[in-house]
Design a protein around this ligand. Structure first.
Ligand SMILES: [Zn+2]
Length: 141
C-alpha cells in the first residue's frame, strides 16, 4: 500500500544516498530504489548513487498531491502505469487472508504488471460479472 511520506525532513541542497533518504523518510531502501523506476531523478554516474534533496522533495510532493484513485470494482491501481487499469483477460486470483477478506491479484491489461488490492468476500461476489476470479488456497480458505 502506498503510504504518505512527508518531504519536510528533506534538505533541498543536500545529496542523499538511498540509505540516507530511506532513513530520513522512514521508508525502506527498496522503496527509495523503486521510486527511481517511476521517475525519481538519481545521479547514477558515480557510486554510491545520489539523490539531490530538491529532486527527492519534488518527487514526494508530486506523488502526495496526486488525488486518491477511485477504483471501480473491477479496476486495479497499477503501480507500473500509475493509474487505474482493468485486469488482463478479465482474469484475477483471490487469495484469502481471513475468512472475510483477501487479496485480489491480476495482471494489468496495459503493461501486464502485477496488480493487487484487498477485497472483502462480499465485494468478491459483486465482481462476478466483470472478472473471472480463481480462488486460490490460503490459510483460511
Ligand atoms: Zn500497468
Amino acid at each position: 500500500m502506498a503510504r504518505r511520506v512527508s518531504a519536510r525532513a528533506i534538505k533541498a541542497l543536500r545529496q542523499y544516498t538511498y540509505d540516507e533518504a530511506a532513513r530520513v523518510l522512514g521508508v525502506s531502501v527498496q522503496t527509495v530504489r523503486s521510486w527511481r523506476k517511476i521517475g525519481l531523478v538519481v545521479i547514477d554516474d558515480q557510486k554510491p548513487h545520489l539523490i539531490v534533496g530538491a529532486c527527492l522533495r519534488a518527487f514526494i510532493l508530486k506523488r502526495s498531491n496526486k488525488p486518491t484513485l477511485r477504483l471501480r470494482a473491477h479496476e486495479f491501481n497499477c503501480l507500473h502505469c500509475g493509474t487505474a487499469r482493468g485486469a488482463w483477460g478479465g482474469l484475477a486470483d483471490y487469495i484469502p487472508h481471513t475468512s472475510a477478506r483477501g487479496r485480489l491479484e491480476a495482471l494489468c491489461e496495459v503493461c501486464e504488471g502485477k496488480c493487487c488490492k484487498f477485497v472483502s468476500k462480499s465485494q468478491l461476489l459483486g465482481l462476478a460479472g466483470f472478472l473471472s476470479v480463481a480462488i486460490r488456497n490460503g490459510a483460511h480458505a
